[in-house]
Write a protein of this length. Structure first.
Length: 364
């Protein structure tokens, strides 16, 4: 009887062990099914979260470094303590401010906010944007962006090329068309930007476009402006060839160039300094883009202005924005050091304000 009772207890104990093992297996399976994502989203989400955190840490600006209020752009994404400008853009504005304070460069960095300057600034009231035109740095594309934002056309592709620079039809008002109080209000409140490039490379681009290739719809550059420069600055008057780069450099570097500028009128916008065009020491710009980094700067400007969801900057052909040192050196190889130094003396403000280095061929 005792033996039978012991066997009964052993069977009960064995059954209980099987029951515990069975319940453990069921619980384990339940846990697995509960936390497993059948679509694989769980596996995908974790790296994305980590990536987002990494990016925030990479662009974080140390809290102890406070930037002056006037460096903060007025774009929608920059209200309050939201997104900060990347460091490279902050450094550009800081450099600009420091050079503007340099009394030794005052004559090269300061200019009056005259009608000539206000004529260069285009207005988009709908999105509170001001764009200062600096020719030969891709401004046609920026004007197309503003034309679309102003509602004259629904997309950049629809804008006829002959409309872009026709200010009677493109729907782009100039800042000069407003009253003094309206001008002041827009300068104080709107997002403001312009684009620069290496000053000497820009001059080469202007020379090629206006005097070598010379579009048919701009005959005055070849038939009126070029002869005026040749008469004044060509050493060998017996030469009959068209305007040469040497003539152009001599004209631009002449301290008395203004008497010809007056005769040429607004056509000089293609080669006058950025200072004369946009008054960067008098107007507090939100962003200064560089032609050499336009692939990065264009999307940044659109986002900073709060319009990146409305329009995109047109596709930039590969290599078109890269600084061409060989081309610059080739153009200046036949120019006397005296003329190059005089040219640099005029554009030194542009070099210093925007962080461009003095050309090597000027130092040798």
């Amino acid at each position: 009887w005792l033996t039978s009772d012991n066997m009964h207890h052993q069977w009960l104990l064995l059954a209980a062990c099987f029951w515990v093992i069975f319940m453990f297996m069921v619980a384990s399976k339940f846990i697995t099914l509960t936390f497993k994502d059948p679509d694989g989203y769980g596996a995908k989400q974790e790296p994305l979260i980590l990536t987002a955190v990494t990016k925030v840490e990479e662009v974080h600006v140390p809290e102890e470094k406070h930037w002056p209020e006037e460096f903060q752009p007025t774009g929608k994404d920059f209200s309050g303590n939201l997104i900060r400008q990347p460091l490279v853009h902050m450094e550009r504005l800081e450099l600009l401010r420091n050079v503007c304070r340099d009394t030794a460069l005052r004559d090269l960095s300061h200019t009056a906010v005259s009608k000539f300057v206000l004529d260069r600034i285009f207005v988009c009231d709908k999105h509170k944007i001001l764009f200062c035109q600096t020719p030969k740095v891709g401004n046609t594309q920026w004007k197309k962006v503003l034309i679309v934002l102003n509602g004259a056309f629904s997309s950049i592709e629809e804008i006829p090329e002959n409309i872009v620079h026709d200010h009677e039809k493109n729907g782009l008002p100039r800042l000069s068309s407003f009253s003094d109080s309206e001008i002041k209000k827009r300068l104080n409140l709107y997002f403001k930007f312009f684009i620069v490039r290496d000053p000497f490379e820009r001059l080469i681009s202007a020379f090629k476009d206006k005097f070598v290739h010379n579009p048919r719809f701009e005959p005055w550059y070849r038939h009126e402006i070029a002869p005026g420069i040749i008469r004044k600055y060509r050493k060998n008057r017996t030469e009959t060839k068209g305007l040469q780069f040497e003539d152009f450099v001599r004209y631009l570097g002449d301290p008395n160039h203004r008497w010809l500028d007056v005769q040429f009128g607004d056509h000089i916008i293609h080669w006058v300094t950025y200072v004369e065009l946009c008054a960067p020491c008098e107007i507090t710009y939100s962003v200064i883009g560089h032609h050499e980094t336009l692939e990065d700067d264009a999307p940044y400007i659109l986002k900073a202005a709060g319009i990146d969801h409305l329009v995109s900057y047109p596709t930039i052909p590969p290599g078109i924005t890269v600084y061409n040192r060989t081309k610059v050196e080739r153009y200046f190889s036949g120019i006397s050091k005296r003329d190059i130094r005089r040219l640099y003396a005029r554009f030194e403000g542009d070099f210093k304000l925007f962080g461009y280095h003095e050309p090597d061929f000027l130092l040798n």
